[in-house]
Design a protein around this ligand. Structure first.
Ligand code: 2NL
Length: 340
């Protein structure tokens, strides 16, 4: 028996292990449950008592030697492999992806568009750089109207004039030019005005405009459509009122107010003490505008309306400064996770 242990000891020393397979075969042969060394331990019981001490010592030495050799070889092989391939630990779990949120301007735009889509309006879009005709002339702006001034409009080119659109009415002019009534369209988009930036104004903002043209469309149809919108967007109990106003492209024109209430100090501040809040402009499309687009005002009539998205979002989410919508400050945007 002692001889056998000695012989195995020599084998353990002499075996050259140069690959992962060699090391694994070595482990299976000597160290695994049914390997040589456990078998020798099992045979220990039958060794005569006077030999037990020496045999035990030799056996333990063999086991240590085999284990140490296996460990060394494995470590050497591992190190070699990691140097050859990469030291990136592919088992480390990834960083969790941070959930983003929709921008508040997008949330309001989608909600407003959705409300009008449900009553048959389709979405229309158009270019952000417009010619004079689509942005001004077709919309009944007289040649000397102040909105055409350099101070109000960003011009890209002069004679012929091209400018950044100042409203999305230009999109609706394009729809009317390309399609005879009935027309029911909603035009969301980015618009540009040369204004000083403040808490209430920005040179870039977003609008949603709507247009409905058909035979026999009346001011009452407009009021009922806008009341439906107010109930959907501001709440089922919302009261509205229409105040006379002026736009070059509508006649008559009006501002729509919703009743906001006067419960808190903030209500007093934002409604200037009246309880009423202006939320959009509207009116019956001027016959001159229809004529410009080859629609006969003797046959057709219609209404149009427009609202600012940032302004609407400021009311909905109680944002005090319009500039926050353009700064992309994560601390601001993160606050809309709950609204999305
Ligand atoms: C506002 C007011 C308004 C319109 C937009 C419109 C478009 C065509 C013809 C006639 Cl093609 N009108 N749009 C009408 C009235 C008001 O917007 O305060 N917007 C922010």
């Amino acid at each position: 028996m002692l001889k056998k242990v000695e012989e195995y000891g020599k084998q353990v020393e002499d075996l050259a292990l140069s690959s992962v397979e060699d090391a694994e075969n070595f482990r299976l042969r000597f160290l695994s449950k049914k390997g040589i060394i456990p078998q020798l331990f099992a045979a220990f019981r039958d060794v005569p008592t006077e030999q037990k001490k020496e045999f035990g010592q030799q056996l333990n030495a063999l086991k240590s030697k085999a284990e140490a050799k296996f460990k060394d070889v494995r470590n050497a092989l591992r190190q070699g492999a990691s140097e050859a391939v990469s030291d990136i630990d592919l088992t480390v779990p990834p960083f969790p992806l941070e959930m983003g949120t929709r921008h508040p301007v997008s949330m309001v735009r989608r909600e407003v568009v959705g409300i009008f889509e449900r009553i048959g309006f389709t979405v229309s879009e158009g270019p952000e750089i417009e010619d004079d005709w689509h942005n001004f002339s077709a919309l009944n702006f007289p040649p000397e109207h102040p909105a055409r001034d350099m101070q109000d409009t960003f011009f890209v080119d002069r004679d012929p004039d091209f400018a950044l659109r100042t409203h999305t009415s230009s999109v609706q002019v394009r729809v009317m030019e390309n399609q005879q009534p009935p027309i029911r369209t909603i035009s969301p988009g980015r618009v540009f005005r040369n204004e000083a930036i403040s808490a209430r104004a920005h040179c870039i903002f977003h609008q949603v405009e709507g247009l409905y043209i058909d035979k026999g469309v009346s001011f009452a149809d407009m009021k009922d459509t806008l009341l439906y919108f107010a109930h959907e967007f501001y709440g089922a109990e919302t009261k509205i009122r229409l105040r006379p106003s002026y736009f070059p492209f509508t006649e008559p024109s009006a501002e729509m107010d919703v009743y906001w209430g006067l419960e808190t100090e903030a209500d007093h501040r934002i409604t200037k003490g009246t309880g009423w809040l202006e939320v959009m402009g509207c009116g019956m499309v001027d016959p001159n505008v229809l004529r410009s687009c080859d629609i006969d005002p003797e046959v057709y009539s219609g209404f149009a309306f427009g609202m600012g998205i940032e302004r609407t979002a400021m009311l909905k989410y109680q944002v005090q400064d319009l500039r926050l919508f353009f700064e992309n400050d994560k601390r601001f945007l993160d606050q809309f996770k709950a609204a999305y």
